[in-house]
Design a protein around this ligand. Structure first.
Ligand code: 5GP
Length: 179
């Protein structure tokens, strides 16, 4: 692992406050109904758990995993579903919970996959958004924070498997150069 430092980008308290706002919005949007949070492993876990605790309509949680790879050019990426959801999604109000949307290919692939499962509705909820990096035409329905084009860790996001458990979001910096 290259030498690096981490500087706080979004403190714990700001995360808490914003997540409470999003949970409030979801609770009011789905008032009288129920939602299934579909957490995208592994990065979405911390965000999904915090949201789930604060949503006031009935909530169920399921998990899936997806990886996307470049296909030779930067103009497209191939997504591979690593783990399918366990539950039947047909007729459900699904909210996909992701850590971050970057190029947008992962979210685009997830939406396409989920539509084939015939849910009642699909919405997307991301903690972080890096709009400067967007290549696929996607826009999250619920979005925590817009961030600049830096590599971030913490609150579910990793660097080489580490730092997911940081309670804040930090920017990774290699030798004074932000990644
Ligand atoms: P996208 O398909 O939108 O380019 O990529 C989304 C995935 O890339 C995220 O779920 C996450 O795994 C990874 N990713 C994108 N930006 C970052 C970042 O700044 N830090 C970390 N740790 N992962 C990122």
């Amino acid at each position: 692992m290259k030498a690096h430092t981490i500087s706080t980008l979004i403190p714990e308290q700001e995360l808490k406050e914003r997540i409470a706002q999003i949970a409030g919005q979801i609770s009011s949007d789905y008032a009288g109904g129920k939602v299934k949070l579909l957490c995208v492993l592994k990065g979405g876990v911390f965000f999904a758990c915090e949201l789930a605790k604060l949503i006031t309509v009935p909530v169920t949680i399921d998990f899936m995993q997806i990886s996307s790879y470049g296909s030779g050019t930067m103009s497209s990426k191939k997504a591979v579903i690593r783990k399918e959801p366990d539950d039947v999604l047909e007729g459900q109000n699904v909210i996909v919970v992701e850590d971050i949307v970057d190029t947008g290919y992962t979210l685009a692939a997830l939406k396409e996959y989920l539509e084939s499962k015939k849910p009642e509705s699909v919405k997307t909820c991301v903690l972080l958004d890096k709009p400067d990096r967007r290549e696929a035409d996607v826009c999250a329905d619920y979005r925590g924070f817009e961030i600049p084009n830096v590599f971030v860790v913490g609150f579910g996001l990793d660097y080489d498997g580490q730092y997911r458990n940081l309670p804040y979001v930090g920017a990774l910096d290699f030798d004074g150069i932000t990644a």
